[in-house]
Design a protein around this ligand. Structure first.
Ligand SMILES: *[C@@H]1O[C@H](CO)[C@@H](O)[C@H](O)[C@H]1NC(C)=O
Ligand SMILES: *[C@@H]1O[C@H](CO)[C@@H](O)[C@H](O)[C@H]1NC(C)=O
Ligand SMILES: *[C@@H]1O[C@H](CO)[C@@H](O)[C@H](O)[C@H]1NC(C)=O
Length: 147
């Protein structure tokens, strides 16, 4: 076989290998936060990135794979977000978080939400089955919109 052809074969093998690697790997780094990527729609990943960009994420533990975002395999919508001991900043009432209407599991414990009050928009997340907001500096009363 001519050398160029061999090279081509080698290249396509390399490509195959990296594709196989990519598809078997379920996490990537999006803006310093480890993200479980399986089945997430790209729009949802963008929205998640927008959410993390609302905060200072320098304290996130990059090797903690229990932190991240998970999506429904069939719809691609975000169904679980877990970011503990990670975010620092204000959780604003217009946060991208409140656009994830399919969220069923939300764990934002041990974050540093500086002088944030608990936004009533949590009530918009009406699919929530698990909501963990312990130890994160949120102030005020639990809004009546959260049942
Ligand atoms: C980060 O997470 C990993 C995996 O859970 C853990 O072993 C490690 O101790 C954590 N590092 C810090 C600084 O908390
Ligand atoms: C979704 O897909 C991932 C990876 O293919 C798999 O590990 C997981 O079990 C699936 N979840 C459901 C609910 O089918
Ligand atoms: C949210 O509101 C703040 C003001 O409180 C504003 O600066 C920011 O641009 C708004 N963000 C979005 C995504 O609308």
């Amino acid at each position: 076989m001519p050398e160029t052809l061999l090279r081509l074969h080698f290249l396509s093998l390399l490509l195959l290998c990296s594709c196989a690697f990519l598809s078997s790997s379920s996490t990537i780094d999006v803006d310093d936060v480890v993200v479980g990527l399986v089945a997430c729609r790209s729009r949802q990943i963008e929205a998640f990135t927008q959410f993390t960009n609302e905060f200072d994420t320098r304290w996130c533990n990059h090797s903690d794979y229990s932190n991240g975002v998970w999506c429904d395999n069939s719809t691609g919508a975000v169904t679980k977000i877990q970011l503990t001991a990670c975010l620092s900043g204000t959780l604003k009432p217009n946060s991208s978080l409140f656009g994830f209407h399919q969220l069923r599991h939300l764990d934002l414990s041990n974050n540093n939400f500086i002088s944030s009050t608990l936004p009533s928009k949590f009530g918009y997340l009406n699919r929530l089955e698990v909501l963990i907001l312990s130890s994160n500096g949120l102030l005020g009363q639990v809004p009546s919109s959260i049942n």
